[in-house]
Design a protein around this ligand. Structure first.
Ligand code: EPZ
Length: 444
C-alpha cells in the first residue's frame, strides 16, 4: 500500500497542462472493438483505470502497444467474448464492452459492475436499452455475470427514463453497427460523450445530436481504424483550480476547458472566486481576497457536475458564512466529509426538501440506503489542520490532497491507489507547483 505525506501551507504556483480525459479514454478504448483495423489514440492519460481497461481489451484478444501518451489498439486473430470477473471488479466501465461485442459477435459475458463508494451504480438503464435493440440478456446471480446474445441488433427509438452518461454511450456503441436508425431521447449531454462521438464519426459511424437531449445514429456495416486525440480532462482543471485558490496560490491552465466549465465559472462568480480567462485556451486561477458562502446543487450536464462537488466543499470551508451542497446525481457521494471534519472543517448533513424524490433524483430512489443524506452545510471560514486521512474514491481522494495542501502541518493520506485511478503522477505535478508532497510505500 502507498500513502502520501503532505506538508501544507505552500501556495500552488505555475503552469498546469491537463492530461487526457479519463472518462473519454476509457470509452474510446471500448470503441476499438468495433473494428478489425488499428485505432491509434493520443493524449491517453497514464492512469490505472486506463491500464485496467487495456487489460480488459487484451483479455478479449486485442493487441495493445503503448508509445508515450499514445496507444495503438488492434483486434487480434481471435476474440473472446467474456470479461474476467477480477478485471470487471477493478473497472466499472469494463461492462461497456457488451455493446460492441453484441454488435460484432452476437455474444457477450460481462461481470455485474456492482456498486462502489458513491452508490449502487446499477446498469439497468444500459441493459433495458440493449434488450430493446434485440439482445437477450440474463443476469445469473450465482456467477455474477450478465450473459448476453443477439442474432443482430436493430435500431430503435428509445427514451431513457433518467439521465445516464455511460448508458447513453453504451447504446451509441451498440447502435453504430446495428441494422437501421436509432434515436436516443432524453440522452445525456455530458461533453465527454461528444468526444466519443467525434472518434466514432472518424471511424465511419453516422451519429449526430439532432435535438436537445436527442442523438440519432444510422447503423453502418463496418467501421475503420483511425487516429484520435482525446480531449483534456475538465475534472482535473476544477481540482487544480480549487487547489490554487485554497492554498493562496496562482496557476495558469494552458489547455483550459473553459467552454465545458460554465457552471463552475457561474458558481465561482457567485462565490467571488478568483479566475481570469487569459485567452480561449488559458485560464488563470488565484486566491480571491475573500470568498462568499455559496449554495450549489449538482445536476446532469450542463449543470454543476457531481464530480466537482467534493473539491468545491473544500473551497467553501474558506468562504465566509454557511454554504450548502445538494448532491442529486449519486446517492452516496459525501465520503470525504468525515475526513474533512478531522481537519477542522465544520460540516453537517441535512436532507433538502424536494417534491417527489423518486423523480427528482438521478439515482434510482430504491437504491438509497437508510442513513444516506443528499445535502451538507459547510460553515466557513475554518482554518484546516493536518490529520491522518483515508481516500475512499477518486474525486474524494483528490479533494483530500488539496485540503492537506491548504492545511497547516503534516498530513498522512492512505488509499493513494484511488487517486492513481484518475490523476497521472499527481504528486510530481503538484511538486512542480510548489507543493511538499511525498509518496511512500507503507510497510505491510
Ligand atoms: C459517469 O458515470 C462518469 N464515469 C462519472 O464520473 C460521472 O460522475 C457521471 O457519469 C455523471 O456525469 C464515467 O464516465 C466512467 P450515470 P455513470 O450513468 O455513467 C444511476 C468519476 O469520478 N444509474 O450518469 O455511471 C447511477 O447510479 C466518475 O470520473 C442507474 O441507477 O453515471 C447514478 O446515481 C464518478 N442505472 C446516476 O444514475 C443505470 O443504468 C447517474 O449515473 C445508470 C445510472
Amino acid at each position: 500500500m502507498e500513502k502520501f505525506i503532505i506538508s501544507g501551507g505552500n501556495p500552488l504556483k505555475g503552469e498546469v497542462s491537463l492530461g487526457g480525459a479519463k472518462n473519454v479514454a476509457l470509452k474510446i478504448c471500448v470503441a476499438s472493438l468495433l473494428t478489425d483495423e488499428e485505432l491509434v489514440l493520443h493524449n491517453v492519460p497514464h492512469i490505472s483505470d486506463v491500464e485496467a481497461m487495456l487489460e480488459v481489451l487484451k483479455s478479449l484478444g486485442v493487441t495493445v502497444t503503448l508509445q508515450g501518451s499514445s496507444v495503438r489498439i488492434k483486434r487480434g486473430p481471435i476474440i473472446h467474448i467474456s470479461v474476467p470477473l477480477e478485471l470487471g471488479a477493478r473497472l466499472r466501465t469494463s461492462s461497456m464492452v457488451i455493446g460492441p461485442l453484441l454488435a460484432r459477435f452476437g455474444k457477450a459475458t460481462i461481470p455485474n459492475p456492482g456498486g462502489c463508494r458513491i452508490g449502487a451504480r446499477p446498469i439497468d438503464r444500459h441493459i433495458e436499452g440493449l434488450r430493446r435493440m434485440g439482445a437477450a440478456i440474463e443476469y445469473v446471480s450465482t456467477d455474477g455475470f450478465f450473459h448476453a446474445s443477439s442474432t443482430g441488433l436493430h435500431g430503435i427509438t428509445y427514451t431513457f427514463g433518467k439521465n445516464t452518461h455511460t448508458g447513453t454511450e453504451t447504446l451509441i456503441l451498440a447502435a453504430v453497427l446495428a441494422e437501421g436508425k436509432t434515436v436516443l431521447k432524453n440522452s445525456a449531454e455530458e461533453v465527454e460523450i461528444d468526444d466519443l462521438i467525434g472518434c466514432l464519426v472518424k471511424m465511419g459511424a453516422r451519429i449526430k445530436r439532432t435535438a436537445l437531449r436527442e442523438i440519432t445514429i444510422e447503423g453502418v456495416s463496418r467501421l475503420r481504424g483511425t487516429e484520435y486525440a482525446i480531449m483534456p480532462d475538465r475534472n482535473e482543471e476544477v481540482t487544480f483550480a480549487v487547489g490554487a485558490m485554497v492554498t493562496g496560490g496562482e496557476i495558469v491552465v494552458v489547455n483550459s476547458q473553459q467552454r465545458h466549465l460554465s457552471s463552475f465559472f457561474d458558481a465561482l462568480d457567485r462565490a467571488g472566486g478568483g479566475y481570469e480567462k487569459l485567452s480561449d485556451t488559458k485560464t488563470r486561477y488565484f486566491k480571491p481576497q475573500y470568498l462568499l458562502a455559496t449554495n450549489i446543487q449538482t445536476a446532469r450536464h450542463p449543470g454543476f457536475m457531481t464530480d466537482w462537488q467534493a473539491p468545491w466543499a473544500v473551497l467553501m470551508t474558506q468562504a465566509t458564512g454557511e454554504s450548502t451542497i445538494h448532491e442529486t446525481v449519486f446517492e452516496s457521494r459525501f465520503s470525504y466529509v468525515s475526513e474533512l471534519k478531522k481537519m477542522g472543517a465544520e460540516i453537517d448533513f441535512f436532507d433538502p426538501e424536494v417534491g417527489d424524490p423518486a423523480s427528482f433524483y438521478n439515482f434510482n430512489w430504491a437504491d438509497r440506503v437508510e442513513g444516506y443524506h443528499q445535502g451538507i452545510r459547510i460553515h466557513g471560514v475554518t482554518k484546516l489542520h493536518n490529520a491522518i486521512l483515508t481516500m475512499d474514491d477518486l474525486r474524494a481522494g483528490a479533494t483530500l490532497v488539496i485540503s492537506a495542501l491548504a492545511a497547516s502541518g503534516q498530513s498522512y493520506l492512505q488509499g493513494v491507489e484511488q487517486i492513481d485511478r484518475g490523476y497521472e503522477k499527481i504528486e510530481v505535478r503538484l511538486t512542480v507547483l510548489g507543493a511538499h508532497i511525498q509518496r511512500i510505500k507503507e510497510e505491510i
